[in-house]
Design a protein around this ligand. Structure first.
Ligand SMILES: [Zn+2]
Length: 347
């Protein structure tokens, strides 16, 4: 069951957009299917008698699922056939495995003969079926696909929980994006590259209202004309590092022992352009909490466009990435002279 929303903003679950402004950028391995045009996979089905059900379920759990690289958690593995197909008595049709696990009908038969003592080749009616590769995005789509393809298993989309429980103050987020645009515009006027990154710390106002306020800790600009690795993200992390160094030099040993060793632990990053691989890895290494960017970098972007560095299994830190898509602010950024200079850049 999807929990009730904590989010005061409208949440578009299908497109992963909050308040019409922030689009969640996630790794494709956790993606869900397009409801109208799902990517399909092929599987092998096998007809069984009710008495075989237990042994088939055991066979799937022990001999197939751990080794089949195609995940089938989103489909029901067994279905009873309709009465008109029941000339053979009660028949259950089971999805055995993907056609990537066993590639031909002959292989399926050989596998079943070896593994299942009750296997009846003539009765089994081994067939190839097509069904959606990924989770259905909504319960309605799950019901539709259950009639179109095969019964789907719907336990709620885990990412929907994330979307419904992620709280954003959209006014604050918008103000941060506007700040980026103001700074990028000033850079452009000076004839510089309009790529800007801000690192901020989420805090609450000290008055009785206790409102969320973002304290800007550092602003980074693109200075690669001085040195090729000085992208705005690298520069802003360097500023945080310098501040931290100064703080440590002025603190006691006890304060230093208590301090966090990761430079940007759970801090918030706002940047005009989707960062490159180098910058994204630096953000992982600094353990940021969340990043919002405005412009995709289709060829070099390492968060949504290529690689998904912020949401990648195997790295020791993940952070949430969001793209600001509200057309008002996006258009404002697009109007900045030379904003697309960055097309030929790694950002
Ligand atoms: Zn970069």
């Amino acid at each position: 069951m999807v929990k009730a929303s904590n989010n005061k903003n409208h949440v578009d679950l299908e497109n992963a957009v909050i308040g019409g402004s922030l689009k969640q950028i996630k790794c494709p391995t956790s993606k869900v299917s397009d409801p109208k045009n799902p990517e399909l996979i092929s599987v092998w089905t096998c007809d069984i008698r009710p008495i075989q059900t237990k042994s088939i379920i055991k066979l799937m759990a022990e001999e197939i699922t751990p080794y089949d690289e195609v995940s089938l958690v989103h489909v029901k593995r067994l279905k009873k056939l309709d009465p008109e197909e029941k000339t053979r008595g009660v028949v259950i049709r089971a999805i055995l495995c993907s056609t990537e696990f066993l590639t031909s009908k002959a292989e399926v038969c050989a596998f079943m003969k070896e593994k299942d003592t009750m296997f009846d080749e003539e009765f089994s009616n081994i067939q190839r079926h097509e069904l959606p590769r990924f989770l259905p995005p909504t319960k309605e789509t799950a019901l539709l696909w259950s009639t179109q393809y095969w019964p789907m298993s719907w336990k709620g989309n885990p990412n929907h929980q994330t979307l419904l429980t992620t709280e954003f103050d959209l006014d604050i987020e918008r103000n941060m994006v506007l700040k980026l645009e103001q700074l990028a515009s000033e850079e452009a006027k000076l004839g510089k590259v309009p790529i800007v990154t801000i690192i901020a710390k989420p805090e609450r106002s000290s008055d009785e209202l206790n409102k969320p306020i973002w304290q800007i800790l550092a602003i980074g600009y693109d200075t690669r004309h001085q040195y090729p690795l000085e992208h705005s993200v690298m520069n802003v992390i360097k500023l945080i590092a310098n501040n931290e160094l100064e703080r440590r030099q002025n603190s006691t040993q006890e304060e230093q022992d208590d301090s966090d060793n990761y430079l940007c632990h759970n801090l918030l990053v706002y940047t005009t352009h989707e960062p490159c691989v180098m910058c994204s890895m630096a953000l992982v290494h600094s353990r940021i909490g969340r990043l919002v960017y405005v412009k995709d970098s289709p060829k070099t972007g390492a968060l949504g466009s290529c690689y998904n560095i912020g949401d990648r299994d195997g790295l020791n830190w993940k952070f949430d990435t969001w793209k600001w898509i509200n057309s008002g602010e996006v258009q404002k950024l697009e109007n900045i002279p030379n904003i697309n200079l960055a097309k030929s850049y790694n950002v």
